[in-house]
Write a protein that binds this ligand. Sequence first.
Ligand code: GUN
Length: 283
Amino acid sequence: MPAQIIDGKALSDKLRVQIASRAAALKRRGKETTLAVIMAGDNPASEVYVRNKIKACGELGIRSLSYRFPETVPEVELIDLIAKLNLDPAVDGILVQLPLPRRLDEQTLLSLIRPEKDADGFHSVNAGNLFLGRPAVPACTPAGIIELIKSTGAPIEGRHAVVAGRSNIVGKPVSVLLLNENATVTICHSKTPDLKEHTRRADILVAAIGRGRFITGDMVKPGATVIDVGMNREGGKLCGDVDFESASRVAGYITPVPGGVGPMTITMLLSNTVAIAERADGI
Ligand code: GUN
């Protein structure tokens, strides 16, 4: 039997209705949820992401403040802006779109955002609290992945999750979130010998390696839940890290690309932003 598709767009739409109603409840209390978006340079992918984030804010009744800088912006200007936004009680979430121009030190700039306002969950305090199993703003794509897995109704606890990829924004944090959900977690990466040995044992397989169609059906355990984080361009077409055609004949559940993880990332950013505003408002 072919795998059931996990529809990230439908789940995202459902969650966005709930987020919008939380933002509306805050507004009735006189609190306008606000996200500040900082971008430097003109990376075309970042342009699209930022445009989509700002559009989604508008649709959900979240105010967005957009700060755009040229590639040549002096670092001190960004430092001053982050300091100002940190102190502004009207600003709830702050995000710095990555990548920044190479000249600028990403980690240093991200570390200047007040952890309570870190809408992306990239600050080391949030990453550390997540690691410790303490309250934290979670990174958006990993948080979206957990929602997608939960939407199948199949349990996470006690299952073997294999994460292929160890990036700071997906592989590492999603491994920790799965561990916090009581999965048994294996993390694999480009230097793992015989990756297939591991992926074939996964009840939950998260593919976040950045190589188009790398995970094929023979690498998937029958009935597994397969989450494809890949966003690769192949001849102008978007394709995931999973070879959907072969993997969907073996998996129990699978996310498509596009329409799986992608829509959830922005939704979790909006969810984080509203949660930050609720905490600021004492809810
Ligand atoms: N660049 C690519 N993905 C992301 C993201 O989720 N957040 C930010 N800030 N930058 C990104």
